[in-house]
Design a protein. Structure first.
Length: 180
């Protein structure tokens, strides 16, 4: 009876691996939280990417993170000549948010299993760094959204909006005093 000898890691190597796995887990958890915040912002906003929609920052994050699986989904739908489901205001956001959560969870599970099995590989280290870049970019997008919302709500008192969608009307200094 010849059993396969499995090489065990030293305690120090096991601690390093556990620390790397914990860092990766927390980074992926951060991406999921940022994606959830971006989904809520997009549901509350207009989900347009233009100058008047501050929720475009959050929507853009969801689009970029969810683009690889959405490409495959759209390719499958095109090959099968499937109709697009009923178009509503939130139909695309529901699909996109769900795909992002499933995609990030599937990547987390795959990389975690591969990183745990092959401890000599740099896959876990590289995946952690890429995930941290995505996390910080998502936080940056949320900060841009917050700044834009604050700016649009009354950051400039010498400009006024007559109607939504109309250009701002600049007020001169005497007119601004009268307008108060």
């Amino acid at each position: 009876m010849a059993e396969k000898f499995k090489k065990r890691l030293s305690r120090r190597a096991q601690e390093r691996l556990n620390r790397a796995l914990r860092t990766f887990d927390l980074t992926i958890l951060g991406i999921i939280v940022v994606a959830a915040v971006c989904a809520v912002i997009s549901f509350r906003g207009t989900n347009l990417i233009n100058g008047y929609a501050s929720s475009g920052f959050a929507y853009w994050f969801l689009v970029v993170v969810g683009s690889p699986p959405m490409l495959l989904i759209n390719l499958f739908r095109t090959m099968r000549q499937m109709d697009i489901p009923a178009q509503g205001r939130y139909t695309e956001l529901y699909l996109l948010s769900t795909v992002v959560f499933v995609w990030v969870t599937a990547l987390w599970l795959t990389i975690r299993i591969l990183g745990k099995r092959n401890t000599k590989s740099q896959l876990l280290h590289i995946a952690t760094r890429v995930a941290q870049i995505i996390l910080f970019w998502g936080v940056f997008q949320i900060c841009c959204w917050a700044i834009t919302v604050g700016w649009n709500r009354g950051g400039n008192r010498f400009c006024r909006h007559d109607r939504v969608g109309q250009p701002k009307t600049e007020l001169t200094a005497p007119a601004a005093r009268k307008h108060k």
